[in-house]
Design a protein around this ligand. Structure first.
Ligand SMILES: Cc1ncc(COP(=O)(O)O)c(C=O)c1O
Length: 391
């Protein structure tokens, strides 16, 4: 049987990983500035995470949500403590799309309204409502098309105010990434996020913060929205939550009432996922990784601003992007193939850095030195020909 060929692959097979390094089947070592797509929060195969999962595996891996699962409450308590949202409620799922799907559904149940406001360049996942709220026509199937979602320009206060003036009473929720990831590391302004909060309050709509990529300490605060000093009604989480173990969740404000059967999932909140998620929070707390992410991020951003050849360095904490001009447009490929460094991308010309929150200063310096070298080293004749062929 063939694999369904939907992923454009790098020609690399990773067989081993530790911290911020991974190795291929030939033993070649790569530095991971991509965190396996913003997923690796506490470092690959962190020993505490491995042990927590192993111990749980030897007790019980799964039983359905039809029985009490105390480790879910343990996770909720820890999450409440570290995020500072102790009075919120936790619903556990398996992925980012599922988290957003449930958040949007819950907002509609709660407000009994239908309209969702999303923003240009947003990415919220690939399930039906989440993908409809994603600003990429290529991944929205005809069956997902809906007139319930309206897209507005990101960071445009006037457009948002104007929209609410005419449609405010129909809006169930505004969904926003405080730092857009797939869209190219676009940081929402504090003023914009505060305005969303005010307009939602004034119109009985819910504020959904999609923290799937920018949350869980990545931005230097637990949630990226925390930088703006306002609360969302619902926070969605996934990527960094399990350090690679599939787990997602939504934090739900105390005034949103649950009802039996309103939401549900077979696998969400299973024992093994909770053990992995607890291990992540324990390491984040013990090793002070949110502060680490803030400090390392500031260091990296400042250094990148002095790198000749790249443009528009931006981001917060360890969620960083920069533009790659045309004359070095193969930089990302070059970093991977010639210098063995993984970075992320955002189309058409952005490199995204999303390393583990405990990447060391030495590893950051290793990256910076290599980046400078890769930019300075002229393209080989073969690379030049490929660039010309493709342009
Ligand atoms: C902001 C954001 N929301 C949602 C998702 C979807 O998450 P998943 O791929 O786990 O469904 C992503 C994935 O990249 C994301 O970046």
């Amino acid at each position: 049987m063939k694999l369904f060929d939907v992923y454009p692959l790098n020609d690399v097979t990773i067989t081993k990983a530790l911290g911020s390094y991974v190795w291929d089947e030939n033993g070649v070592q790569y530095l991971d500035l991509y965190g396996g797509h913003a997923v690796i929060s506490i470092g690959h195969t962190h020993p505490h995470w491995v042990k927590r999962i192993e111990d749980q595996l030897n007790k019980i891996a799964f039983y359905s949500n039809s029985v009490r699962i105390p480790i879910q409450q343990e996770l909720a308590d820890k999450l409440g403590k570290l995020s500072g949202k102790e009075d919120y409620q936790l619903f556990l799922v398996n992925s980012g799309a599922e988290a957003n799907e449930n958040a949007l559904k819950l907002a509609s149940f709660h407000t009994n309204k239908k309209k969702i406001v999303a923003f240009n360049k947003a990415f919220h996942g690939r399930t039906s409502l989440a993908v409809a709220a994603t600003d990429n026509k290529n991944i929205v199937a005809p069956v997902n098309e809906t007139s319930n979602i309206d897209f507005l320009p990101f960071n445009d206060e006037a457009a948002l105010k104007e929209y609410f003036q005419t449609n405010g009473n129909k809006v169930a929720a505004v969904i926003v990434e405080a730092i857009q990831g797939v869209g190219g590391i676009n940081v929402a302004s504090e003023i914009f996020l505060k305005l969303i909060r005010n307009l939602c309050d004034a119109n009985d709509a819910l504020f959904i913060a999609d923290e799937v990529q920018c949350g869980y300490g990545r931005s230097g605060k637990f949630f990226a929205l925390d930088h703006a000093g306002v609360n969302a009604d619902i926070y969605t989480m996934a990527k960094g939550m399990g350090n690679g173990f599939p787990v997602g969740g939504i934090l739900i404000a105390p005034y949103i009432q649950p009802k039996h059967g309103m939401l549900g999932t077979t696998f969400g909140g299973n024992h093994l996922a909770c053990a992995a998620a607890l291990a992540v929070l324990e390491v984040i707390e013990k090793d002070n990784l949110i502060e680490m992410s803030k400090q390392r991020g500031m260091y990296l951003i400042n250094k990148l601003k002095n790198v000749d050849g790249i443009e528009n360095v931006r981001g917060k904490g360890l969620m960083i992007g920069f533009d790659v001009p045309d004359d070095i447009k193969d930089l990302r490929k070059k970093l991977l193939n010639d210098y063995f460094i993984f970075t992320g991308e955002a189309k058409p010309n952005v490199i995204r850095l999303l390393p583990a929150l405990n990447i060391t200063r030495k590893q950051v310096d290793e990256f910076l030195d290599t980046l400078n070298e890769a930019i300075e080293t002229p393209a080989t004749k073969e690379e030049k020909e490929t660039v010309e062929l493709n342009s």
